[in-house]
Design a protein around this ligand. Structure first.
Ligand code: FAD
Length: 385
């Protein structure tokens, strides 16, 4: 019996306990408040710590609970069901922490990971710059060694959650002025309140609770031990970290898309026109059938990718496919959900518009759909420009 689609008893328990905690704290009113004020989901973050969710994916050797990639994906799907922002608050800390686990020094693992797991610090990631989006290797923010300190100058953009309390920015910068980016970038851990840093929160259509920030670095001095792993190896650290980031996003899209289908389905059963629930009109029923099918297809791609990654196999193709398909499915489903809800979908008191706004950016963040297709085509032996 080579294929097994079931979860272990522990994994089912994990899912149930995350769901119970979320139902208690992340009520529809709470989600709306975080989106509309907007405000950081502090109470929820504290619950992540209390429930051990931040420790879950880390090995026992560093004080974690020894969970794996599949556990991480289970948590991510459940958080995504409530709000992509809630997943961002959790997942960005975890995938940056796992990057330190895999690429940092022993001293860095011992110093940073306990602080991350017990909630003393948070982590954000800064790769993107005004002139370096999809072409991340074109980044120009510089890091120059001066005695036992690095001096950082430049500008980053779209750094999600960078302004959160006690945040540590996982900053990629050019540590060699010349040469190919594959051998010229380094990864630094920089406290967001370090002198010389200015943060500006950008006004966005969706994902408003965490916010995404522009960051200016003006002669920012960072001690040498804030360089993760070895100098000039940042590009490979970034690529390995991105696999987990994309898996996390794909799991969040499945959760978000399922929540949007659930909302649309409940509405279609309730709302009557021409004397009948609108869900009995074949055009609406078939739309919902297609929406649920797209969620299941996204979910199947997600679990295959998580399974491959957990087994230590090369999961790049599967992760890219799960990210590509899942993001486009979520964006389409939220759009279709708006259609099913008619004029009410467009009203801020109903939650479909938040899915519509949050889902819209999923085909842009964590590698655009075009870049995922380039990558997949490349793995199929096709060179694209
Ligand atoms: C809400 C939000 C949160 C974000 N969070 C973070 C974060 O926390 N940290 C971080 O570092 N970044 C973050 N980003 C940045 C995000 O990853 C980038 O926006 C994304 O990589 C695209 O870069 P860009 O916006 O500069 O678009 P560009 O790269 O300028 O792309 C513009 C268009 O051209 C297309 N394009 C570009 N190159 C090619 C090509 N070779 N082939 C085909 N089409 C191409 C793109 O697909 C896109 O359609 C965030 C962005 C947003 C909007």
């Amino acid at each position: 019996m080579p294929i097994d689609f079931s979860f272990t008893e522990e994994q089912n328990l994990l899912r149930d306990s995350v769901r119970t905690m979320l139902d208690r704290i992340a009520t529809p009113e709470y989600i709306r408040r975080c989106d509309q004020e907007p405000r950081y989901p502090t109470e929820l973050y504290e619950a992540f710590v209390e429930l051990g969710l931040l420790s879950m994916p880390f090995p026992e050797s560093v004080g974690g609970l020894g969970g794996g990639v599949i556990d991480f994906a289970i948590i991510a799907e459940e958080l995504g069901r409530k709000s992509y922002d809630f997943l961002g608050a959790y997942g960005t800390c975890v995938f940056n922490g796992l990057n330190i686990l895999h690429n940092g020094t022993d001293a860095q693992r011992q110093h940073w990971l306990p602080r991350l797991m017990d909630g003393r610090i948070k982590m954000s990631i800064s790769m993107t710059e005004p002139g370096a989006g999809s072409d991340a290797g074109a980044m120009r923010t510089s890091a120059r060694l001066d005695g036992d300190q690095w001096i950082i100058n430049g500008q980053k953009v779209f750094s999600t959650g960078a302004g959160a309390d006690r945040n540590v920015i996982n900053l990629y910068a050019r540590s060699r002025p010349d040469g190919p980016h594959q051998q010229a970038l380094s990864l630094f851990l920089v406290d967001k309140d370090t002198p010389g840093i200015t943060l500006r929160k950008l006004d966005t259509l969706g994902r408003r609770a965490l916010g995404t920030y522009e960051i200016f670095f003006d002669d920012v001095r960072v001690p040498a031990d804030r360089l993760v792993g070895e100098a000039h190896k940042g590009w490979s650290y970034m690529l390995s970290g991105l696999q987990l980031e994309r898996l996390m996003t794909a799991a969040g899209y499945v959760g978000g898309a399922q929540a949007a289908v659930d909302l649309a389905l409940a509405y279609a059963k309730e709302r009557k026109q021409f004397g009948k629930p609108i869900g009995t009109f074949q055009s609406i029923a078939h739309l919902l059938a297609d929406m649920q099918t797209a969620v299941e297809a996204s979910r199947a791609l997600l679990w295959r990718a998580a399974w491959q990654l957990e087994r230590g196999e090369d999961a790049l193709m599967a992760i890219s496919q799960a990210k590509l398909f899942g993001s486009e499915a979520y964006a389409n489903i939220a759009n279709q959900g708006m259609q099913i809800m008619g004029g009410y979908g467009y009203i801020m008191e109903f939650d479909m518009q938040r899915h519509y706004r949050d889902a819209r950016v999923t085909t842009i963040t964590a590698g655009t759909s075009q870049m995922q297709r380039n990558l997949i085509a490349g793995l199929m032996g096709l060179k694209t420009k």
